[in-house]
Design a protein around this ligand. Structure first.
Ligand code: CP
Ligand code: NVA
Length: 301
C-alpha cells in the first residue's frame, strides 16, 4: 500500500491489518502507552472544503505518533490561485513525508499521487471518503464483535459516503443495501462491482433496504459543494430518514452510524440520533485511531 486514494485499491487483508493496528493504537492511547512511530515526520493537510473531524483527528494523530502536521488551506496556498496540482505535488514532495487532501475532484487526488513522490491520503472527495469508512468498519467490529455477515443499510444520497460504504462493506463480507431515490443512486460502476462481488441491493423503498439490518447509516442530503441545491434536495429526500418506524424493521439490536455533521429531523430524527449517540460518537473518535493506523502503514520507515 503506497497511498490511500480509495478503498477499491485495498485488499480485505490490508483493511484488516489497518483495523487491527487501529485497535492496538486505541488501546495504547487509552492506557497512556506512547507510540512515536513517526518521529520527525511531517504531514501536510490540504483542505479546499471545511472539516472538524478530519482536520483535528489527522493533526492530533500526527502529534500522538511523534510527528507534526501542517494545515494548508487552499485559500492560503497557491493551489487556490491556480497553481497546477502537478506542480504542487512535486514541490510539496520535497518538504513533506505525506499529504492528506480534502477536495472536490477525485482526479486531483489521483494526480497528486501520480506527480508526487510521497504517500497521499484522501480525506474526502465528491467521489469517496475512505478514512471515514475505515473508522466505520472499526466501530462496527467494536460493537458487533465482527464485520462479516452483518447487514449494512445506508439511507439517503448515493454520494461519497455511499460509495465508500458499498466498497468497504462488500470487501469485508457484509451484505449491503442502499435506500435512495432513483434519481440519486450511487455510481453505476460501483453498484455493478458490488453486485458481482457480494450481496448488494439498491432500492427506493427504504423499508425494504432496512429490513433486518444490523447497521443503519445515513448522511446529509446536501453535501459540501451542493449548498445551492439544499432546498431542492429537501424535497427529493423527504422521507429518506432514519426514524422510529424505520428502526422497527431493522434488527432489534441494530446500531446507527452517521459520519457527521448531522442534520436532525432531515436524514435522522433527533430521537434516534440521541438514542444511538454512544455508537455515533465512538465512530467519530475512531477516526483518530483508524487514521493513525493508516499513517503508520504509509509513512513509517
Ligand atoms: N465526517 C467527517 O469527515 O467530518 P468533517 O467534515 O468534520 O471532517
Ligand atoms: N457527504 C458529506 C460527507 C461529510 C463528511 C459531504 O461530502 O459533505
Amino acid at each position: 500500500m503506497k497511498h490511500l486514494l480509495k478503498l477499491m485499491d485495498l485488499s480485505p487483508d490490508e483493511i484488516n491489518e489497518i483495523l487491527n493496528l487501529a485497535d492496538q493504537l486505541k488501546y495504547e492511547k487509552r492506557n497512556g502507552i506512547e507510540h512515536h512511530h513517526l518521529k520527525g515526520k511531517t504531514l501536510g493537510m490540504i483542505f479546499t472544503k471545511s472539516s472538524t473531524r478530519t482536520r483535528v483527528s489527522f493533526e492530533v494523530g500526527m502529534y500522538d505518533l511523534g510527528g507534526s502536521a501542517l494545515f494548508l488551506s487552499s485559500n492560503d496556498i497557491q493551489l487556490g490561485r491556480g497553481e497546477p496540482v502537478e506542480d504542487t505535488a512535486r514541490v510539496l514532495s520535497g518538504y513533506l513525508d505525506g499529504i492528506m487532501i480534502r477536495t472536490y475532484k477525485q482526479s486531483d487526488v489521483e494526480t497528486l499521487a501520480e506527480y508526487g513522490s510521497i504517500p497521499i491520503i484522501n480525506g474526502l472527495t465528491d467521489y469517496c471518503h475512505p478514512c471515514q469508512v475505515l473508522a466505520d468498519l472499526m466501530t462496527i467490529r467494536e460493537f458487533k464483535g465482527s464485520i462479516k455477515g452483518h447487514k449494512l443499510c445506508y439511507i439517503g444520497d448515493g454520494n461519497n459516503m455511499a460509495h465508500s460504504l458499498i466498497v468497504g462493506g462488500i470487501k469485508m463480507g457484509m451484505s449491503v443495501s442502499i435506500g435512495c431515490p432513483e434519481s440519486h443512486q450511487p455510481d453505476s460502476d460501483i453498484m455493478e462491482w458490488a453486485s458481482k462481488n457480494g450481496d448488494f441491493v439498491c432500492t427506493s423503498d427504504i423499508y425494504e433496504a432496512a429490513k433486518d439490518a444490523d447497521v443503519l447509516y445515513t448522511d446529509v442530503w446536501a453535501s459540501m459543494g451542493q449548498e445551492s441545491e439544499a432546498e431542492r434536495r429537501k424535497k427529493i429526500f423527504a422521507g429518506y430518514q432514519i426514524n422510529d418506524s424505520l428502526m422497527a424493521v431493522a434488527k432489534p439490536d441494530a446500531m446507527v452510524l452517521h459520519c457527521l455533521p448531522a442534520h436532525r429531523e432531515e436524514e435522522i430524527t433527533a430521537k434516534v440520533f440521541e438514542e444511538h449517540a454512544k455508537e455515533i460518537f465512538e465512530e467519530a473518535e475512531n477516526r483518530l485511531h483508524a487514521q493513525k493506523a493508516v499513517l503508520v502503514k504509509l509513512l513509517k520507515d
